[in-house]
Design a protein around this ligand. Sequence first.
Ligand code: ZN
Length: 342
Amino acid sequence: MTAWAVGAVVACGGDGDSRTTGAWEPSSSDADATASVSATDSADADATASASASAESDGGKTASATDPTDPDSGTDTSPTSGPSTTGQEYDCATLGYTGVCEGDVLVWCEDDQIMMVDCAAQGEVCAYQNDDIGYNCLPAGGGGFGYPVGDTTTWPAGGWTVTQVLGHYLNFGSFVGGHLAQDIANGEAATANAPVYSVADGTVLYAGANASTYVNVVLVEHAHPDGGTICSFYGHLGSVTVGEGEAVTRGQQIATVLDWQAQFGDANSHLHYVLLSAELCAASDAANGALICGYDDTAGPNGIEDLDSEPFSYTSIGDVCGDHNYPEAFTSPSQFIDLHHF
Ligand SMILES: [Zn+2]
């Protein structure tokens, strides 16, 4: 895979388990989106805010103690620019500490030097860790949970952001209540028709049409790391590429994001994504992917406005789907992943 020699591979990673999120500033809303929404139980609104992650120092990439006089020591480094495995020239100014993955080779800049390490050589994969660390060597799959868009690792990377959090109260048009998922988007052009991936290994319980602006949905059951099961639910899909009963692996494409503009006329493409309790999942499975409301009947602002205030789990309040009959049925993907990634 690599055209150049990677020196003695160093241990990668650090704690790897301390992503936090921060300021989440409201930006804009698009009331036009409401015009195309029917009065069904599963309506969903467009994004009303954008997410960003705060800085945090938690170890960073590895770069072990390297003896510069020992060619077999530590991470392979080269001057501040140089060829990559694909022949691409990197320079520190654009590469930055965030770095990139070339397959499972991690390339980044540190102390004005291009750093490279082959994650695969140590049994790991190169993947996005968080907005603070950027890409890093991380333990390979095997039961962990990632995100359904972007590079499928632990955060909606590559321009994708959580644009509306679980529980966020929204009040415009026909949308009044708490949001029962995370909305994730990356601008209209990059979001419409983008691939959607299973967030973990699992079994497809339902994949197909939904009688709401979800258009198509996928419901996947996963083993819960602490026992039992948990399900992932994906809505506003343009197409589905898996079938009911199919076994899927983490990162496997299961669908595409609906081209909202083509479907409804407004630039509002986004993925509606949430984790569901086993009880609500079973009810939805029995109803062919229905019963998953987009909003509940929260009476007013409830203080859930950003990723920092997003609850770990959320009980819907009086929604028309009856989801309120399932306590703590909606789980925050961000917070779940903090505990159960990789
Ligand atoms: Zn949504």
